[in-house]
Design a protein around this ligand. Structure first.
Ligand code: PLP
Length: 394
């Protein structure tokens, strides 16, 4: 388990991804040379404005959207807050209703925004999920009533990788007169999404999950849909999101989106094959004689089509997930327990509990998320390390 060179084997792509060098180069160039405020009138400002519009065009293409429907934000969290609060407040003002439906396994960016809206008088229904993390569409249909203004269901879960039936969910919402938002932070550019074909009204994405910079993201707002602004101030983003634009971040994110989009289908195949390889090897660890008393199970769905290509989440029954993580880290392997945003907190993952795990089993779980840079040799080393860790902890 020694790792004198300390080269990290990075298996935490769902927490954040390494930046594409092209995206970092683009940012550096803009920061160094094109620092003009995009709202100004001189030449350098025109350049910055054009860089932002070109980024808008690039991002729109990846979703089959129009460029006017892409609004840049500071990331997934802001986009989720904006979608929910903006749509809820606009609807409430026009007397449409005060009910929102979401799922119980959403990211805290959604769940805590719902709690905030609850305090402001909105009624929220949290749909349960089955043991693989899927919402039930007939339950969704029943949950929408005449007061429902918005439904928010994540495109894919950050902890267990379950891909939700968002196209079908959007259709139900429209039949029943509710708007449909999806938190696509984990899914965008990892699996194809077509906002028009899927009938999505609002979609959140985050730059750092697909090789772009942290602190960047966008909200897609369907044409002719008016939601309230979240950030008030100047007239940026066509008066919908105030604040001097993060030109370098936006351009860097778009460069990453362009790369990730062009590589998406190849990466999907490659990463998914590596994931299946790792899955088989990890599950086989309990057939090693010294570990035969240990049970290892996959959290989430075994259906590879309905799970994000790079996501694996295991329960190492009876062992402490935190101890496994620490020993992995000592061997130079970066993985995660539950969601990255809640690591450091002692509460076991709400997602794992919602799919039926006990607190103890949730605490015994470790998430590995693979990406385009992951190699078979890294997986082999990780498996060997896991074997040693399990023997040590047994
Ligand atoms: N939504 C999901 C599903 C996520 O996984 C995350 C981050 O992990 C977020 C929202 C928040 O995105 P950001 O880190 O850009 O604020």
């Amino acid at each position: 388990m020694e790792n004198s060179k300390k080269k990290t084997i990075y298996l935490d792509y769902a927490a954040t991804s390494p930046m594409y060098p092209e995206a970092a180069d683009e940012m550096y160039r803009i920061l160094k040379e094109q620092y003009g405020n995009p709202s100004a009138v001189y030449d350098m400002a025109t350049y910055a404005r054009e860089a932002i519009n070109s980024a808008r065009r690039t991002i729109a293409k990846t979703l089959n959207a129009e460029m006017d429907n892409i609004f840049f934000t500071s990331g997934g969290t802001e986009s989720d807050n904006w979608a929910l609060i903006g749509a809820a407040e606009a609807a409430a003002r026009s007397g449409k209703g005060n009910h929102i439906v979401t799922s119980s396994i959403e990211h805290p960016a959604i769940l805590n925004t719902c709690r905030y809206l609850e305090q402001r008088g909105f009624r929220i229904t949290y749909l349960p999920v089955d043991s693989e993390g899927f919402i039930d569409l007939s339950q969704l249909k029943r949950a929408i009533d005449s007061e429902t203004v918005l439904v928010s269901i994540m495109a894919a879960n950050n902890e267990i990788g379950t891909i939700e039936p968002i196209r079908e969910a959007a259709e139900i919402c429209h039949q029943k007169g509710a708007l449909f938002h999806t938190d696509a932070v984990q899914a965008y550019l990892h699996i194809p999404i077509d906002v028009k074909d899927y009938g999505i009204d609002l979609l959140s994405a985050s730059g750092h999950k697909f090789g772009g910079p942290k602190g960047t993201g966008f909200l897609y707002i369907r044409r002719n849909l008016e939601i309230d602004s979240l950030i008030h101030g100047g007239a940026q983003e066509r008066k919908h999101r105030a604040g001097t634009e993060n030109t370098a971040g936006i351009a860097g994110m778009a460069r990453a989106a362009e790369k990730a989009y062009s590589e998406m289908s190849e990466n999907e195949k490659k990463i998914s094959a590596l994931k299946e390889y790792m899955l088989g090897k990890v599950l086989k660890l309990s057939s090693i004689p010294e570990l035969s008393h240990r049970e290892i199970t996959l959290n989430g769905t075994p259906d590879r089509i309905k799970r994000l290509p790079g996501n694996l989440n295991f329960c190492f029954k009876g062992l402490s997930g935190e101890s496994i993580l620490i020993l992995l880290d000592m061997a130079g392997i970066a993985a995660s327990a539950g969601s990255a945003c809640s690591s450091g907190s002692v509460e076991p993952s709400h997602v794992l509990q919602q799919i039926g795990l006990s607190k103890k089993d949730a605490d015994s779980s470790v998430r590995f998320t693979l990406g385009s840079g992951t190699t078979e040799a890294e997986i082999d080393y990780t498996i060997k390390t896991l074997e040693n860790i399990m023997k040590k902890l047994s």
